[in-house]
Design a protein around this ligand. Sequence first.
Ligand code: DX5
Ligand code: ZN
Length: 232
Amino acid sequence: MKNRVIRVSPSIIATNYKNNETLLQSLEKIEKAGANCVHLDIMDGKFVPNTTFDYTFVDKIRDKTNLLLDVHLMVQRPEEVIDKYAKAGADIISVHYEACKDVYSALKKIKTKNIVAGLAINPETPVLKIKDILESGLVDLVLVMSVHPGASGQSFIPGMAEKVAEVRELSRKVFIEIDGGVNTKNAKMLRAMGVNIIVSGSCIFNSKNMKKTINQLKGKGLLYHIREFLDI
Ligand code: DX5
Ligand code: ZN
């Protein structure tokens, strides 16, 4: 049986993205190392205390990478800025359930632009809260936050892997993305629970061998390479 393909989305805020040279080098490095997307954490200083960058950053890197642009909007009233991110070239846009005034219209807005519509939930938001929204068919992806949104480098909150399983139980076809404190050790459990996309900031950017780390996050460990070699 073929295993589910796991995609990896390195979070650029874990690198010194304010330095243009470092930013370009990091984009190149993660692409070469086998990443599938680049995760862009937009923070407005209101929904979360920190601020990072806005749609102009997305616009700036669009032509600098072949990776999918995975935009995570940690902003209040995301519906008001979706158009700007769509125009800037986002491939995935995730809005927070907790930040929307009208989550249905926010998701519709994303979908009408032919962009993957993501719904993010904070660690304290129960999966049941989004059951009806999932059933509406407007959600392509659920982004399960496994840390409190706001910063890279935090520890994985216990119980969030089970939350992934709960989402998977509600829908077999929705993509599930996990974000926060993921490393090569807890990734195994997350894959078993049904995750499709793994976001990782510090684990990837602090590693000495990015390619190996990304392969490990994808579950392509030694056994995978032996199987591939033996074609079994
Ligand atoms: C947290 C962000 C995450 C974070 C991940 O608010 O949404 O994407 O950058 O970084 P690590 O993997 O270091 O927890
Ligand atoms: Zn994020």
